[in-house]
Design a protein around this ligand. Structure first.
Ligand code: FAD
Ligand code: EPU
Length: 337
């Protein structure tokens, strides 16, 4: 375990917010987590950091940052149809996706190009283009940050939901995830019905699509819509897409017949938050060095030098105007520190 003192976190969060922390511990193995637990003072503050792509820093971090760098990708078992791979929580998500695509192990291809580390993926059950982490999840290992006890969490125990898990609720801040095991398919089943994937695939000269084709299609769509954090600071969707009762939906639909929607159950409908935010006039709003992305109203951006407090205030103003115009309360997806 290496320790660095008094460092800037600007290059450790994709918003590019300038804050600092007095101690950063680089965690390279499980033993480093246990060393931290035995050496830390009781009740000391800490923040586990992966790629910093789902965080908004509004102040300096008190205490420690535990930077997760636990590496390794291991094939642990296989059956006639499936492979089980165990991945160190500090591995880069997209690199792992590309590795699985190259091996023709199906399941992760729709989740191409999501920034961050493998260990953070279960925290909000990452999802994109019709697939969520839970669809390929087998189990994860984590260490309890008070007792040092190691625990294996099954799919059921993680209580995954839309951008949600037990680690954002009952067990928030209690565990350090050290590895995730995925179950992938030797004979891939392609999932191409979501969004523009099929349209993108039709540009190809062949008709028998591979998971590499799907991965490339997802990458192309994402690159056309979402800002690259290397160029413009952002943390992806800032808010979740709200789910509303059908009674409220039907009333709004009468008033806004053009409103896009996705029925999700007999009683509830999901509305794209980007549409609601755009209708309130926020899309492309430029407030100097920060604002709302020009191509995606759900993405707040730092053009350089903005503070986390500015961006947080912008998110509060957006919440208030969506509530006023539509009576819908948006929820932040990004973790505010
Ligand atoms: P961090 O931001 O470092 O951490 C996020 C949270 O998880 C923090 O609370 C942190 O303390 C906790 N945490 C991190 N690692 C661990 C660990 N090992 N153990 C316990 N707690 C931990 N998300 C989607 O779901 N779908 C998308 O399509 C998507 N697109 C994005 C596009 C862009 C351009 C960007 C910038 C972000 C996008 N995101 C998306 C959000 C983000 O990439 C994911 O949430 C990702 O999983 C965050 O990983 P991270 O390593 O950067 O986590
Ligand atoms: N739309 C607008 N204005 C915009 C953008 C979109 O009105 O500026 C409307 C359009 O009608 C569009 C709909 O919103 O059809 C949905 O837009 P998009 O397909 O871009 O998806 P999204 O709902 O904005 C969600 C996830 C993304 C994920 C994509 C693809 C959430 C909060 N966001 O975005 O995840 O990549 O779908 O599956 O669920 C993230 O979580 O950080 C993230 C980027």
């Amino acid at each position: 375990m290496t320790t660095t003192e008094n460092i800037s976190l600007k290059n450790y969060n994709t918003f590019g917010i300038e804050v600092s922390v007095s101690k950063m511990l680089v965690i390279q193995q499980e033993a480093d987590v246990l060393d931290f637990i035995s050496s830390k003072e009781k009740d000391s503050n800490f923040l586990i950091l992966g790629g910093g792509s789902n965080l908004l820093f509004t102040q300096d971090v008190q205490g420690y940052v535990l930077k997760n760098e636990i590496k390794g990708v291991k094939l642990v078992s296989e059956t006639k149809d499936d492979v089980y791979i165990k991945v160190g929580a500090g591995e880069n998500w997209h690199k792992v996706v590309l590795h699985c695509v190259a091996m023709n192990w199906g399941g992760l291809e729709n989740l191409s190009l999501i920034p961050g580390c493998v260990g953070a993926a279960p925290i909000q059950n990452i999802g994109a283009y019709g697939v969520e982490l839970k669809d390929v999840f087998h189990e994860l290992e984590a260490i309890h940050l008070e007792t040092g006890e190691k625990k294996v969490f099954s799919l059921e125990e993680c209580a995954f939901g839309y951008r949600d898990s037990v680690f954002k609720n009952a067990l928030k801040g209690q565990y350090f995830i050290t590895s995730v095991t995925f179950c992938l398919h030797k004979t891939p089943i392609l999932s191409v019905s979501y969004g523009d994937i099929e349209k993108e695939l039709k540009k190809l000269s062949h008709k028998e699509y591979s998971i590499k084709d799907v991965s490339n299609a997802v990458i192309a769509i994402r690159e056309s819509k979402l800002p690259n954090p290397v160029e413009i600071g952002n943390a992806g969707s800032f808010f979740k897409n709200p789910t509303i009762p059908n009674k409220q939906f039907n009333r709004l639909r009468g008033e806004f017949p053009e409103m896009p929607f996705y029925p999700i159950s007999a009683s509830h409908t999901k509305i794209p938050a980007a549409w609601l935010i755009q209708q309130c006039g926020w899309k492309g709003k430029n407030l100097g060095n920060y604002g709302v992305h020009t191509k995606q109203a759900l993405v707040l951006v730092n053009y350089g030098g903005a503070s986390g407090k500015d961006i947080y205030q912008l998110s509060t103003d957006i919440l208030a105007s969506v509530k006023k115009q539509f009576g819908i309360e948006l929820e932040r997806e990004v973790n505010v520190v």
